[in-house]
Ligand binder design. Structure first.
Ligand code: NOJ
Length: 560
Protein backbone atom coordinates (compact mmCIF):
# COMPACT_ATOMS: atom_id res chain seq x y z
CA UNK A 1 0.00 0.00 0.00
CA UNK A 2 2.77 2.42 1.06
CA UNK A 3 4.70 1.59 -2.08
CA UNK A 4 1.61 2.32 -4.23
CA UNK A 5 1.21 5.73 -2.65
CA UNK A 6 4.90 6.47 -3.18
CA UNK A 7 4.67 5.51 -6.85
CA UNK A 8 1.57 7.66 -7.25
CA UNK A 9 3.30 10.66 -5.67
CA UNK A 10 6.38 10.16 -7.85
CA UNK A 11 4.20 9.90 -10.95
CA UNK A 12 2.30 13.09 -10.16
CA UNK A 13 5.57 14.97 -9.54
CA UNK A 14 6.89 13.84 -12.93
CA UNK A 15 3.63 14.80 -14.66
CA UNK A 16 3.51 18.22 -13.02
CA UNK A 17 7.13 18.89 -13.96
CA UNK A 18 6.43 17.88 -17.52
CA UNK A 19 3.49 20.28 -17.57
CA UNK A 20 5.81 23.11 -16.64
CA UNK A 21 7.44 24.89 -19.51
CA UNK A 22 10.56 23.55 -21.04
CA UNK A 23 13.02 26.43 -20.91
CA UNK A 24 15.95 26.84 -23.16
CA UNK A 25 17.01 30.08 -21.53
CA UNK A 26 19.38 31.23 -18.84
CA UNK A 27 17.34 31.70 -15.66
CA UNK A 28 15.84 35.13 -15.00
CA UNK A 29 17.98 37.32 -12.73
CA UNK A 30 17.62 36.36 -9.07
CA UNK A 31 16.56 39.85 -7.97
CA UNK A 32 13.17 39.38 -9.64
CA UNK A 33 12.24 36.80 -7.02
CA UNK A 34 11.99 39.30 -4.19
CA UNK A 35 11.25 42.49 -6.10
CA UNK A 36 8.20 44.70 -5.60
CA UNK A 37 7.27 46.81 -8.63
CA UNK A 38 5.72 50.23 -9.02
CA UNK A 39 4.32 51.53 -12.30
CA UNK A 40 4.73 55.22 -13.07
CA UNK A 41 2.69 57.00 -15.69
CA UNK A 42 5.21 59.82 -16.16
CA UNK A 43 2.72 62.46 -17.33
CA UNK A 44 0.97 62.39 -13.97
CA UNK A 45 3.56 61.61 -11.34
CA UNK A 46 5.44 64.76 -10.38
CA UNK A 47 6.02 67.96 -12.35
CA UNK A 48 9.16 69.91 -11.50
CA UNK A 49 9.32 72.41 -14.38
CA UNK A 50 5.86 73.87 -13.89
CA UNK A 51 4.30 72.90 -17.24
CA UNK A 52 1.55 70.77 -15.67
CA UNK A 53 3.04 67.52 -16.96
CA UNK A 54 5.14 65.17 -14.86
CA UNK A 55 8.81 64.77 -15.69
CA UNK A 56 11.87 62.63 -15.04
CA UNK A 57 13.31 65.00 -12.46
CA UNK A 58 10.00 64.66 -10.65
CA UNK A 59 10.42 60.90 -10.56
CA UNK A 60 13.97 61.28 -9.23
CA UNK A 61 12.66 63.56 -6.47
CA UNK A 62 10.30 60.78 -5.32
CA UNK A 63 12.71 57.85 -5.31
CA UNK A 64 13.20 58.09 -1.56
CA UNK A 65 9.46 57.84 -1.06
CA UNK A 66 9.31 54.71 -3.24
CA UNK A 67 12.23 53.22 -1.35
CA UNK A 68 10.42 53.92 1.92
CA UNK A 69 7.33 52.18 0.55
CA UNK A 70 9.37 49.07 -0.18
CA UNK A 71 9.66 49.32 -3.95
CA UNK A 72 12.56 47.63 -5.73
CA UNK A 73 11.76 48.26 -9.37
CA UNK A 74 9.92 50.85 -11.42
CA UNK A 75 8.22 50.37 -14.76
CA UNK A 76 7.90 53.66 -16.58
CA UNK A 77 5.28 54.08 -19.29
CA UNK A 78 6.81 55.31 -22.59
CA UNK A 79 8.84 58.49 -22.16
CA UNK A 80 10.17 58.89 -25.70
CA UNK A 81 9.54 61.52 -28.37
CA UNK A 82 6.00 60.98 -29.55
CA UNK A 83 3.00 62.55 -31.23
CA UNK A 84 1.07 61.72 -28.06
CA UNK A 85 -2.00 60.50 -29.84
CA UNK A 86 -1.76 57.40 -27.64
CA UNK A 87 -0.05 58.81 -24.56
CA UNK A 88 3.45 57.99 -25.82
CA UNK A 89 2.65 54.59 -27.31
CA UNK A 90 3.08 56.31 -30.68
CA UNK A 91 6.82 56.89 -30.72
CA UNK A 92 8.54 59.26 -33.16
CA UNK A 93 12.09 58.70 -31.90
CA UNK A 94 13.02 55.59 -29.93
CA UNK A 95 16.39 57.03 -28.97
CA UNK A 96 15.27 60.29 -27.39
CA UNK A 97 13.38 61.22 -24.24
CA UNK A 98 10.39 63.45 -25.03
CA UNK A 99 11.15 67.10 -24.27
CA UNK A 100 8.21 67.38 -21.92
CA UNK A 101 9.80 64.76 -19.65
CA UNK A 102 13.38 66.06 -19.87
CA UNK A 103 16.48 64.82 -21.65
CA UNK A 104 18.39 61.60 -22.16
CA UNK A 105 20.81 62.88 -19.53
CA UNK A 106 17.91 63.16 -17.06
CA UNK A 107 16.91 59.57 -17.74
CA UNK A 108 20.50 58.44 -17.29
CA UNK A 109 20.51 60.27 -13.96
CA UNK A 110 17.28 58.50 -13.00
CA UNK A 111 18.99 55.14 -13.65
CA UNK A 112 21.96 56.21 -11.52
CA UNK A 113 19.89 57.62 -8.66
CA UNK A 114 17.71 54.51 -8.61
CA UNK A 115 20.78 52.25 -8.55
CA UNK A 116 22.28 54.24 -5.67
CA UNK A 117 19.17 53.25 -3.74
CA UNK A 118 19.34 49.64 -4.96
CA UNK A 119 16.30 50.12 -7.14
CA UNK A 120 15.87 49.34 -10.84
CA UNK A 121 14.15 51.11 -13.70
CA UNK A 122 12.44 49.36 -16.61
CA UNK A 123 11.31 51.24 -19.70
CA UNK A 124 8.33 50.58 -21.92
CA UNK A 125 9.36 49.20 -25.27
CA UNK A 126 6.79 49.84 -27.97
CA UNK A 127 8.08 47.10 -30.22
CA UNK A 128 5.13 46.56 -32.53
CA UNK A 129 4.47 49.97 -34.04
CA UNK A 130 5.49 53.61 -34.28
CA UNK A 131 3.65 56.86 -34.68
CA UNK A 132 2.38 57.73 -38.10
CA UNK A 133 4.68 60.76 -37.75
CA UNK A 134 7.85 58.72 -37.28
CA UNK A 135 10.47 59.63 -39.91
CA UNK A 136 10.71 55.91 -40.81
CA UNK A 137 7.03 55.86 -41.66
CA UNK A 138 7.29 59.08 -43.65
CA UNK A 139 10.16 57.60 -45.67
CA UNK A 140 8.23 54.38 -46.17
CA UNK A 141 5.35 56.31 -47.80
CA UNK A 142 7.58 57.33 -50.70
CA UNK A 143 6.96 55.86 -54.15
CA UNK A 144 10.72 55.57 -54.57
CA UNK A 145 12.14 52.50 -52.90
CA UNK A 146 14.38 53.32 -49.96
CA UNK A 147 15.80 51.88 -46.76
CA UNK A 148 12.42 52.14 -45.02
CA UNK A 149 10.12 50.84 -47.75
CA UNK A 150 9.79 47.51 -45.95
CA UNK A 151 9.96 48.83 -42.37
CA UNK A 152 6.13 48.73 -42.27
CA UNK A 153 3.54 46.40 -43.74
CA UNK A 154 2.18 47.84 -46.98
CA UNK A 155 0.03 46.23 -49.62
CA UNK A 156 1.15 46.91 -53.18
CA UNK A 157 -2.17 48.29 -54.33
CA UNK A 158 -4.13 51.16 -52.73
CA UNK A 159 -7.41 49.48 -53.55
CA UNK A 160 -6.49 46.38 -51.57
CA UNK A 161 -7.55 46.85 -47.97
CA UNK A 162 -7.28 43.71 -45.86
CA UNK A 163 -8.40 43.69 -42.25
CA UNK A 164 -6.73 46.38 -40.11
CA UNK A 165 -5.35 48.15 -43.19
CA UNK A 166 -5.58 51.90 -43.57
CA UNK A 167 -5.66 53.85 -46.82
CA UNK A 168 -4.69 57.48 -47.28
CA UNK A 169 -3.17 59.96 -49.62
CA UNK A 170 0.20 58.32 -49.83
CA UNK A 171 2.60 58.75 -52.67
CA UNK A 172 3.10 55.03 -52.44
CA UNK A 173 0.51 52.78 -54.02
CA UNK A 174 -0.64 50.81 -51.00
CA UNK A 175 -2.48 50.62 -47.71
CA UNK A 176 -0.68 50.09 -44.43
CA UNK A 177 -1.42 47.72 -41.60
CA UNK A 178 -2.16 49.30 -38.21
CA UNK A 179 -1.24 47.64 -34.93
CA UNK A 180 -3.65 49.38 -32.52
CA UNK A 181 -5.03 52.84 -33.37
CA UNK A 182 -4.95 54.00 -37.00
CA UNK A 183 -2.09 56.34 -36.11
CA UNK A 184 0.10 53.36 -35.14
CA UNK A 185 1.42 51.62 -38.25
CA UNK A 186 2.68 48.11 -37.56
CA UNK A 187 6.42 47.61 -37.86
CA UNK A 188 7.25 44.86 -40.29
CA UNK A 189 8.67 41.75 -38.63
CA UNK A 190 7.25 39.61 -41.41
CA UNK A 191 4.53 36.99 -41.77
CA UNK A 192 4.88 33.49 -40.34
CA UNK A 193 2.69 32.14 -43.13
CA UNK A 194 2.63 34.57 -46.04
CA UNK A 195 -0.42 33.95 -48.22
CA UNK A 196 0.23 32.77 -51.77
CA UNK A 197 -0.20 35.55 -54.38
CA UNK A 198 0.32 38.25 -51.72
CA UNK A 199 3.96 39.17 -52.37
CA UNK A 200 3.69 42.15 -50.02
CA UNK A 201 3.43 39.72 -47.09
CA UNK A 202 7.14 39.23 -46.54
CA UNK A 203 8.45 36.14 -44.81
CA UNK A 204 10.16 36.61 -41.46
CA UNK A 205 13.53 35.89 -43.06
CA UNK A 206 13.24 38.66 -45.69
CA UNK A 207 15.69 41.53 -45.52
CA UNK A 208 13.15 44.19 -44.42
CA UNK A 209 11.75 42.26 -41.43
CA UNK A 210 15.25 41.20 -40.40
CA UNK A 211 16.36 44.84 -40.40
CA UNK A 212 13.39 45.78 -38.23
CA UNK A 213 14.41 43.06 -35.77
CA UNK A 214 18.01 44.31 -35.69
CA UNK A 215 16.78 47.85 -35.07
CA UNK A 216 14.70 46.68 -32.12
CA UNK A 217 17.74 45.02 -30.57
CA UNK A 218 19.73 48.20 -31.20
CA UNK A 219 17.12 50.25 -29.31
CA UNK A 220 17.25 47.83 -26.40
CA UNK A 221 21.06 47.86 -26.34
CA UNK A 222 21.06 51.66 -26.44
CA UNK A 223 19.02 52.10 -23.24
CA UNK A 224 20.52 49.12 -21.45
CA UNK A 225 24.03 50.46 -22.07
CA UNK A 226 22.89 53.74 -20.56
CA UNK A 227 21.86 51.96 -17.35
CA UNK A 228 18.29 50.78 -17.89
CA UNK A 229 17.38 47.52 -16.14
CA UNK A 230 14.92 46.01 -18.59
CA UNK A 231 11.73 46.47 -20.54
CA UNK A 232 8.02 45.95 -20.39
CA UNK A 233 7.23 45.09 -24.00
CA UNK A 234 4.03 46.56 -25.34
CA UNK A 235 1.75 44.11 -27.19
CA UNK A 236 4.53 41.53 -27.17
CA UNK A 237 2.66 38.80 -29.12
CA UNK A 238 1.73 41.19 -31.94
CA UNK A 239 4.98 41.46 -33.86
CA UNK A 240 4.83 38.64 -36.39
CA UNK A 241 1.69 38.51 -38.47
CA UNK A 242 -0.33 35.46 -39.40
CA UNK A 243 1.34 33.31 -36.77
CA UNK A 244 -1.56 31.43 -35.15
CA UNK A 245 0.65 29.05 -33.18
CA UNK A 246 3.16 31.80 -32.39
CA UNK A 247 5.98 29.65 -33.76
CA UNK A 248 7.82 32.53 -35.39
CA UNK A 249 6.88 34.94 -32.59
CA UNK A 250 8.49 32.59 -30.08
CA UNK A 251 11.61 32.28 -32.22
CA UNK A 252 11.89 36.04 -32.44
CA UNK A 253 11.66 36.56 -28.69
CA UNK A 254 14.01 33.65 -28.03
CA UNK A 255 16.62 35.27 -30.26
CA UNK A 256 16.13 38.59 -28.49
CA UNK A 257 16.30 37.06 -25.01
CA UNK A 258 19.49 35.19 -25.76
CA UNK A 259 21.13 38.27 -27.23
CA UNK A 260 19.87 40.40 -24.33
CA UNK A 261 20.94 38.05 -21.55
CA UNK A 262 24.38 37.56 -23.00
CA UNK A 263 25.00 41.28 -22.84
CA UNK A 264 22.93 42.20 -19.79
CA UNK A 265 22.63 39.21 -17.46
CA UNK A 266 20.87 41.29 -14.79
CA UNK A 267 18.34 42.76 -17.24
CA UNK A 268 14.72 41.69 -17.34
CA UNK A 269 12.11 41.28 -20.05
CA UNK A 270 8.46 41.67 -19.09
CA UNK A 271 5.69 40.99 -21.57
CA UNK A 272 2.38 42.62 -22.08
CA UNK A 273 0.90 39.35 -23.30
CA UNK A 274 -1.78 38.62 -20.73
CA UNK A 275 -0.94 34.94 -20.77
CA UNK A 276 2.16 34.23 -18.68
CA UNK A 277 2.64 30.62 -19.74
CA UNK A 278 2.77 31.64 -23.38
CA UNK A 279 4.89 34.73 -22.76
CA UNK A 280 7.41 32.81 -20.69
CA UNK A 281 7.61 30.03 -23.22
CA UNK A 282 8.47 32.71 -25.79
CA UNK A 283 11.34 34.03 -23.69
CA UNK A 284 9.88 36.62 -21.33
CA UNK A 285 10.69 36.47 -17.65
CA UNK A 286 7.41 37.87 -16.38
CA UNK A 287 3.94 38.61 -17.70
CA UNK A 288 0.75 40.08 -16.29
CA UNK A 289 -2.56 38.52 -15.46
CA UNK A 290 -4.77 41.45 -16.42
CA UNK A 291 -7.86 42.22 -18.47
CA UNK A 292 -6.40 40.67 -21.64
CA UNK A 293 -7.18 37.27 -23.05
CA UNK A 294 -9.13 35.85 -20.12
CA UNK A 295 -11.87 36.94 -17.76
CA UNK A 296 -10.01 36.01 -14.55
CA UNK A 297 -8.76 39.44 -13.54
CA UNK A 298 -11.89 41.25 -14.70
CA UNK A 299 -14.16 38.90 -12.76
CA UNK A 300 -12.37 39.95 -9.58
CA UNK A 301 -12.22 43.69 -10.02
CA UNK A 302 -14.26 45.19 -12.84
CA UNK A 303 -17.53 46.64 -11.61
CA UNK A 304 -20.15 48.79 -13.29
CA UNK A 305 -18.25 52.05 -13.33
CA UNK A 306 -14.77 51.60 -14.74
CA UNK A 307 -13.15 51.64 -18.17
CA UNK A 308 -14.24 48.06 -18.66
CA UNK A 309 -17.65 47.42 -17.14
CA UNK A 310 -18.94 44.24 -15.64
CA UNK A 311 -22.24 43.72 -13.85
CA UNK A 312 -20.64 41.88 -10.98
CA UNK A 313 -17.19 41.17 -9.65
CA UNK A 314 -15.82 39.36 -6.62
CA UNK A 315 -14.33 42.42 -4.92
CA UNK A 316 -17.68 44.05 -4.65
CA UNK A 317 -19.61 45.03 -1.53
CA UNK A 318 -22.79 43.55 -3.01
CA UNK A 319 -21.17 40.15 -2.64
CA UNK A 320 -22.54 38.76 -5.90
CA UNK A 321 -19.29 37.80 -7.59
CA UNK A 322 -17.47 34.52 -7.94
CA UNK A 323 -13.78 33.76 -7.33
CA UNK A 324 -13.51 30.62 -9.43
CA UNK A 325 -12.90 32.15 -12.86
CA UNK A 326 -9.79 33.83 -11.54
CA UNK A 327 -8.66 30.99 -9.29
CA UNK A 328 -8.80 28.36 -12.04
CA UNK A 329 -6.97 30.52 -14.57
CA UNK A 330 -4.39 31.69 -12.06
CA UNK A 331 -3.60 28.19 -10.75
CA UNK A 332 -3.20 26.86 -14.26
CA UNK A 333 -0.85 29.72 -15.10
CA UNK A 334 1.22 29.22 -11.94
CA UNK A 335 1.50 25.52 -12.58
CA UNK A 336 2.53 25.89 -16.21
CA UNK A 337 4.97 28.72 -15.56
CA UNK A 338 6.60 26.88 -12.65
CA UNK A 339 10.13 28.11 -12.02
CA UNK A 340 10.66 29.30 -15.60
CA UNK A 341 9.36 32.80 -14.98
CA UNK A 342 6.97 34.94 -13.01
CA UNK A 343 3.36 36.01 -13.07
CA UNK A 344 2.31 39.44 -11.88
CA UNK A 345 -1.21 40.41 -10.86
CA UNK A 346 -1.01 44.22 -10.57
CA UNK A 347 -3.29 46.52 -8.58
CA UNK A 348 -4.22 48.23 -11.87
CA UNK A 349 -2.56 49.84 -14.84
CA UNK A 350 -2.99 52.81 -17.16
CA UNK A 351 -5.45 50.90 -19.36
CA UNK A 352 -8.16 50.06 -16.87
CA UNK A 353 -9.77 51.14 -13.62
CA UNK A 354 -8.07 51.39 -10.26
CA UNK A 355 -9.25 49.36 -7.25
CA UNK A 356 -10.97 52.52 -5.93
CA UNK A 357 -13.77 52.59 -8.47
CA UNK A 358 -17.50 53.14 -8.23
CA UNK A 359 -19.00 51.45 -5.17
CA UNK A 360 -15.66 49.99 -4.15
CA UNK A 361 -14.43 53.14 -2.46
CA UNK A 362 -13.91 52.71 1.28
CA UNK A 363 -10.64 52.24 3.06
CA UNK A 364 -11.72 48.76 4.26
CA UNK A 365 -12.67 47.66 0.77
CA UNK A 366 -9.33 48.79 -0.62
CA UNK A 367 -7.58 46.87 2.14
CA UNK A 368 -9.29 43.64 1.11
CA UNK A 369 -7.95 44.20 -2.43
CA UNK A 370 -4.31 44.71 -1.47
CA UNK A 371 -4.40 42.17 1.39
CA UNK A 372 -5.30 39.72 -1.38
CA UNK A 373 -2.97 40.93 -4.15
CA UNK A 374 0.03 41.23 -1.85
CA UNK A 375 -0.38 37.75 -0.35
CA UNK A 376 -0.68 35.65 -3.50
CA UNK A 377 2.29 34.18 -5.38
CA UNK A 378 3.79 36.26 -8.15
CA UNK A 379 5.58 39.56 -8.35
CA UNK A 380 3.65 42.36 -6.59
CA UNK A 381 2.99 45.61 -8.45
CA UNK A 382 1.43 48.84 -7.30
CA UNK A 383 0.13 51.15 -9.99
CA UNK A 384 1.07 54.69 -8.91
CA UNK A 385 -1.46 56.11 -6.45
CA UNK A 386 -3.10 52.79 -5.60
CA UNK A 387 -0.96 52.60 -2.49
CA UNK A 388 -2.86 55.61 -1.09
CA UNK A 389 -6.23 54.64 -2.58
CA UNK A 390 -6.50 57.13 -5.43
CA UNK A 391 -9.80 57.04 -7.21
CA UNK A 392 -10.69 56.12 -10.78
CA UNK A 393 -12.32 59.37 -11.92
CA UNK A 394 -15.25 58.79 -14.28
CA UNK A 395 -16.43 61.24 -16.92
CA UNK A 396 -13.13 62.88 -17.84
CA UNK A 397 -12.57 64.18 -21.36
CA UNK A 398 -10.56 61.93 -23.62
CA UNK A 399 -6.87 62.74 -23.43
CA UNK A 400 -4.14 61.55 -25.79
CA UNK A 401 -6.12 58.58 -27.03
CA UNK A 402 -7.44 57.53 -23.64
CA UNK A 403 -10.89 56.84 -25.06
CA UNK A 404 -11.49 53.27 -26.20
CA UNK A 405 -14.74 51.77 -27.40
CA UNK A 406 -14.90 50.06 -24.00
CA UNK A 407 -14.52 53.25 -21.98
CA UNK A 408 -12.16 56.01 -20.98
CA UNK A 409 -8.74 55.22 -19.55
CA UNK A 410 -8.21 58.84 -18.41
CA UNK A 411 -9.88 58.04 -15.08
CA UNK A 412 -6.81 56.02 -14.05
CA UNK A 413 -4.30 58.55 -15.34
CA UNK A 414 -4.92 61.63 -13.17
CA UNK A 415 -2.17 63.49 -11.27
CA UNK A 416 -0.60 61.84 -8.25
CA UNK A 417 -1.73 63.31 -4.95
CA UNK A 418 1.30 64.13 -2.84
CA UNK A 419 -0.07 66.52 -0.23
CA UNK A 420 -3.15 68.44 0.86
CA UNK A 421 -2.32 71.69 -0.98
CA UNK A 422 -4.71 72.81 -3.76
CA UNK A 423 -2.55 71.27 -6.51
CA UNK A 424 -1.90 68.22 -4.33
CA UNK A 425 1.84 68.86 -4.63
CA UNK A 426 1.75 67.59 -8.21
CA UNK A 427 2.69 70.81 -9.99
CA UNK A 428 3.03 74.56 -9.56
CA UNK A 429 1.22 75.18 -12.88
CA UNK A 430 -2.30 76.52 -12.90
CA UNK A 431 -4.70 73.56 -12.85
CA UNK A 432 -5.99 74.27 -16.37
CA UNK A 433 -2.49 73.33 -17.60
CA UNK A 434 -2.54 69.96 -15.86
CA UNK A 435 -2.26 66.88 -18.03
CA UNK A 436 -5.60 65.78 -16.58
CA UNK A 437 -7.65 67.34 -13.80
CA UNK A 438 -6.80 66.28 -10.32
CA UNK A 439 -9.39 64.37 -8.26
CA UNK A 440 -11.66 67.17 -7.03
CA UNK A 441 -13.13 65.39 -4.02
CA UNK A 442 -12.73 67.20 -0.71
CA UNK A 443 -11.23 64.17 1.02
CA UNK A 444 -8.98 62.95 -1.75
CA UNK A 445 -6.16 60.88 -0.25
CA UNK A 446 -2.58 62.10 -0.35
CA UNK A 447 0.87 60.75 0.50
CA UNK A 448 1.80 63.34 3.10
CA UNK A 449 -1.22 62.82 5.37
CA UNK A 450 -1.12 59.05 5.00
CA UNK A 451 2.57 58.94 5.81
CA UNK A 452 1.83 60.87 9.00
CA UNK A 453 -0.89 58.41 10.00
CA UNK A 454 0.40 54.96 10.99
CA UNK A 455 -3.04 53.42 10.55
CA UNK A 456 -3.49 54.70 6.98
CA UNK A 457 -3.90 52.60 3.85
CA UNK A 458 -0.40 53.66 2.79
CA UNK A 459 1.15 52.20 5.95
CA UNK A 460 -1.01 49.10 5.57
CA UNK A 461 0.29 48.54 2.03
CA UNK A 462 3.85 49.21 3.09
CA UNK A 463 3.45 46.65 5.85
CA UNK A 464 2.14 44.07 3.38
CA UNK A 465 5.28 44.52 1.27
CA UNK A 466 7.38 44.11 4.40
CA UNK A 467 5.57 40.89 5.32
CA UNK A 468 6.36 39.44 1.91
CA UNK A 469 10.06 40.11 2.50
CA UNK A 470 9.97 38.85 6.07
CA UNK A 471 8.15 35.59 5.30
CA UNK A 472 9.06 33.76 2.06
CA UNK A 473 5.81 31.82 2.50
CA UNK A 474 3.95 35.05 1.67
CA UNK A 475 6.40 36.00 -1.06
CA UNK A 476 6.60 35.54 -4.80
CA UNK A 477 7.54 31.86 -4.84
CA UNK A 478 5.74 30.58 -1.73
CA UNK A 479 3.21 27.84 -2.51
CA UNK A 480 -0.55 28.49 -2.55
CA UNK A 481 -3.41 26.12 -1.80
CA UNK A 482 -6.95 27.43 -1.96
CA UNK A 483 -8.87 26.14 1.04
CA UNK A 484 -12.18 27.79 0.31
CA UNK A 485 -12.81 29.20 -3.17
CA UNK A 486 -16.38 28.28 -4.01
CA UNK A 487 -18.46 29.52 -6.93
CA UNK A 488 -20.55 32.54 -5.86
CA UNK A 489 -19.42 32.22 -2.25
CA UNK A 490 -17.50 34.31 0.25
CA UNK A 491 -14.95 34.44 1.84
CA UNK A 492 -11.90 33.42 -0.14
CA UNK A 493 -9.46 31.41 1.97
CA UNK A 494 -6.02 30.13 1.02
CA UNK A 495 -2.87 28.78 2.58
CA UNK A 496 0.63 29.99 1.74
CA UNK A 497 3.70 28.00 2.64
CA UNK A 498 7.46 27.80 2.25
CA UNK A 499 10.33 26.32 4.24
CA UNK A 500 7.99 24.78 6.80
CA UNK A 501 6.21 28.09 7.45
CA UNK A 502 2.48 28.37 6.87
CA UNK A 503 -0.10 31.14 6.75
CA UNK A 504 -3.83 31.15 6.22
CA UNK A 505 -5.39 34.18 4.60
CA UNK A 506 -9.07 35.09 4.70
CA UNK A 507 -10.50 37.72 2.37
CA UNK A 508 -14.13 38.83 2.47
CA UNK A 509 -14.81 41.67 0.04
CA UNK A 510 -18.59 41.31 0.40
CA UNK A 511 -20.60 43.45 2.81
CA UNK A 512 -22.12 40.38 4.45
CA UNK A 513 -20.83 38.51 7.50
CA UNK A 514 -19.98 35.01 6.34
CA UNK A 515 -18.92 31.66 7.75
CA UNK A 516 -17.36 28.69 6.04
CA UNK A 517 -15.87 25.31 6.86
CA UNK A 518 -13.13 23.49 5.04
CA UNK A 519 -10.99 20.43 5.69
CA UNK A 520 -7.73 21.23 7.46
CA UNK A 521 -5.60 18.44 8.86
CA UNK A 522 -2.53 18.42 11.10
CA UNK A 523 -1.89 19.69 14.59
CA UNK A 524 -2.29 23.44 15.09
CA UNK A 525 -1.45 25.19 18.33
CA UNK A 526 -2.56 28.59 17.25
CA UNK A 527 -3.57 30.73 14.29
CA UNK A 528 -1.43 33.69 15.20
CA UNK A 529 -2.94 36.95 13.88
CA UNK A 530 -0.39 38.81 11.76
CA UNK A 531 -2.64 41.39 10.15
CA UNK A 532 -6.29 40.87 10.91
CA UNK A 533 -9.47 42.86 10.77
CA UNK A 534 -12.70 41.24 11.97
CA UNK A 535 -12.08 37.69 10.86
CA UNK A 536 -11.18 34.55 12.78
CA UNK A 537 -10.13 30.92 12.38
CA UNK A 538 -10.84 27.98 14.59
CA UNK A 539 -9.74 24.40 14.12
CA UNK A 540 -12.26 21.80 15.21
CA UNK A 541 -11.03 18.26 14.60
CA UNK A 542 -10.06 18.09 10.93
CA UNK A 543 -11.99 21.20 9.96
CA UNK A 544 -11.22 24.84 9.78
CA UNK A 545 -14.10 27.09 10.85
CA UNK A 546 -13.81 30.51 9.29
CA UNK A 547 -15.73 33.61 10.29
CA UNK A 548 -15.46 36.93 8.53
CA UNK A 549 -17.46 40.12 9.07
CA UNK A 550 -18.55 42.17 6.10
CA UNK A 551 -15.53 43.61 4.23
CA UNK A 552 -12.80 42.06 6.33
CA UNK A 553 -9.52 40.21 5.98
CA UNK A 554 -7.05 38.26 8.04
CA UNK A 555 -3.51 36.99 7.67
CA UNK A 556 -2.81 34.28 10.26
CA UNK A 557 0.39 32.40 10.87
CA UNK A 558 -0.08 28.70 11.55
CA UNK A 559 1.77 27.74 14.73
CA UNK A 560 2.19 23.98 15.04
C1 NOJ B 1 -1.00 48.58 -24.72
C2 NOJ B 1 -0.77 49.78 -23.87
O1 NOJ B 1 -0.79 49.42 -22.52
C3 NOJ B 1 -1.85 50.77 -24.23
O2 NOJ B 1 -1.86 51.85 -23.35
C4 NOJ B 1 -1.65 51.21 -25.65
O3 NOJ B 1 -2.73 52.06 -26.02
C5 NOJ B 1 -1.62 50.01 -26.61
N1 NOJ B 1 -0.82 48.93 -26.10
C6 NOJ B 1 -1.04 50.41 -27.95
O4 NOJ B 1 0.34 50.63 -27.84
Amino acid sequence: MKRCILILILFSVIVSQAQQLQTKFQPAPAWLKTAAFYQIYPQSFKDTDGDGIGDINGIISKLDYLKWLGIDAIWLNPCFESSFQDAGYDVTDFYRVAKRYGTNADLERLFKEAHKRKMRVCLDLVAGHTSIDHPWFKASQSAVRNEFSDRYIWTNDSTVKPLKHISGKFERNGTYRKNFFDCQPALNYGFANPEPNQPWQLPVTAEGPQKTRKELMKIMDFWMTMGCDGFRVDMAPSLIKNDPDRVETNKLWAEIRNHFQQRFPEGILIAEWGNPMRAIKAGFMMDFIIHLGNDGYSSLFFNKEGTYRHDTCYFNVEGNGTPTTFVNYYLEQLKRVGDSGYVCVPTANHDFQRPNCGTRNTDEQLRTVTAFLMTIPGVPLFYYGDEIGMKFIPGLPSKEGSQLTKGNRAGSRTPMQWDSSPNAGFSTASPDKFYLPIDSSAYRPNVESEMANPSSLLHFNRYLLQLRKQYPALGTRGAIRFLYAEANKYPLVYERSANGQRFVIVINPSGKSVQADCPFSGAVKEFKPVLVDRSSLLKVKDKLQIKADGVSYGIFQVVE
